[in-house]
Design a protein around this ligand. Structure first.
Ligand code: ZN
Length: 425
């Protein structure tokens, strides 16, 4: 009897040890080999990174001191505070309202046909009827599609989980979730940084497989990820902060590259600083750059914030490149403790004023549950903050808020302002 018991214990132990070893080796191989974690920069990029005045020899450094956050595992040295364990608890057992309780009513990706009451009813996709000049469409979180100077532009195309593993970061359910297959050909793909909710390796592969991408504009160090996922080197340009590029022609001018007049079919992109960080692995944060984009045509001036905490740099960017006809502003996934690297909604509104934005489109909300707030809080709070701010500034400096549904095409002369989220639950 005792012999039988010992035999069972022995095999049980062998089974447990084997299971632990298999899980450990599997996890190690996944972390080492899974393409989602991205690539390592080539010699050319490494030389540019080392030469950057924003690189300290090991990592890129923010323009203003930026404190550790619970998001930044490299810097967690003081154990888990009660506040952090509360955050952990909220992630594991989300309180009511943190996620929508039913699919968000979104628009099918396309344009309404004349006479159609509800765009959801028609069957067009943007592949069959691309955007017209000056049209914008928010696809949830930080993905915005728009058309300027005869070119279709997309910011941070993300259509899958904001996570390297098949757990966590699941997008909210939508009645018409946007897909890569619905997109038109995109001339200009702008990437703000390599976090999972901004750089979706599945979407990049789909864009390439479906031959839908013209050229990628990415922060220094991000090319390595794109190349690993099948984007040819020749289709990628990497940028340091305040580097600019003209896309197509500019009028010959004595002025510097960033001042020259743009012709009707030309765009200028400028990569501008934010107060944030980067990284797709557990270690090695901040070895690729992060930032925001200025996109200028002969007629419109656009700003895309990427991610970042509030800083005086917004005023500098506004001074240098503003006023902006529209700014896509980070507003969501905030937390008091992460304030250095993600703005609170009131700060997003203030940044809009600093940038001299005429219209603010709140982004970084409505798609993922990445913090501890109610899913509707970002848009409710920024709406209040903009209204309050507007009472304190001159009429010509006031901000209009654009609040489209996901998939709703709009233009700047007819802004969507309905508080549609109040009808959701
Ligand atoms: Zn980020």
């Amino acid at each position: 009897m005792i012999y039988l018991l010992l035999l069972i214990v022995k095999w049980l132990l062998i089974f447990i040890v084997t299971l632990v070893v298999v899980i450990a080796v599997g996890t190690w191989l996944f972390l080492k080999l899974a393409p989602t974690f991205g690539g390592r920069p080539d010699a050319e990029t490494l030389a540019r990174i080392k030469a950057s005045k924003y690189f300290n020899g090991e990592t890129f450094v923010n323009l203003v001191p930026t404190h550790a956050t619970t998001l930044d595992i490299d810097d967690v040295t003081d154990g888990v505070s009660p506040e952090e364990s509360n955050i952990l608890k909220q992630f594991l057992f989300p309180p009511k309202g943190k996620n929508p309780s039913r699919p968000i009513a979104s628009y099918r990706l396309g344009k309404p046909q004349a006479g159609a009451k509800q765009p959801t009813a028609h069957k067009l996709t943007l592949t069959t009827q691309p955007l017209a000049e000056g049209e914008f469409v928010w696809l949830g979180h930080s993905t915005v599609l728009f058309r300027l100077a005869g070119k279709t532009i997309i910011t941070d195309p993300v259509f899958h989980r904001a996570s390297p593993a098949p757990i966590g970061g699941k997008p909210f359910a939508m009645t018409h979730a946007p897909k890569v297959a619905d997109l038109p050909f995109i001339d200009v793909v702008l990437i703000s940084h390599d976090h999972y909710d901004h750089l979706d390796h599945k979407a990049i592969k789909q864009l390439m497989r479906q031959k839908k991408a013209g050229h990628f504009y990415a922060p220094l160090g991000v090319k390595a990820h794109l190349v690993l996922w099948g984007v040819p080197d020749t289709m990628i340009s990497e940028f340091d902060w305040y580097e600019a590029m003209q896309i197509a022609s500019v009028e010959p001018s004595q002025a510097s590259a960033t001042d020259a007049l743009l012709t009707e079919d030309a765009l200028r992109v400028v990569f501008t600083p934010t107060r944030h960080f980067s990284g797709r692995r557990i270690k090695g944060h901040r070895t690729t750059l992060w930032g925001s984009w200025v996109v200028q045509s002969a007629t419109l001036n656009v700003y895309f914030s990427g991610d970042g905490g509030y800083s005086s740099e917004f005023a500098n960017i506004g001074e240098r490149y503003g006023p902006f006809d529209i700014a896509f502003m980070e507003d969501g996934a905030y937390n008091e403790r992460w304030r250095d690297v993600h703005m609170l909604p009131e700060e997003s509104a203030q940044a809009g004023f600093d940038l001299q934005a005429k219209v603010v489109l709140p982004i970084h909300w409505g798609k993922f549950d990445l913090s501890t707030h109610h899913w509707r809080d970002p848009v409710r709070r920024i709406k209040q903050a903009v209204a309050k701010g507007n009472t304190q500034v001159a009429v010509d400096k006031q901000i209009k808020l654009a609040t489209p549904r996901v998939g709703e095409v709009f233009t700047l002369d007819k802004l969507p302002t309905e508080a549609w989220w109040e009808a959701e639950s």
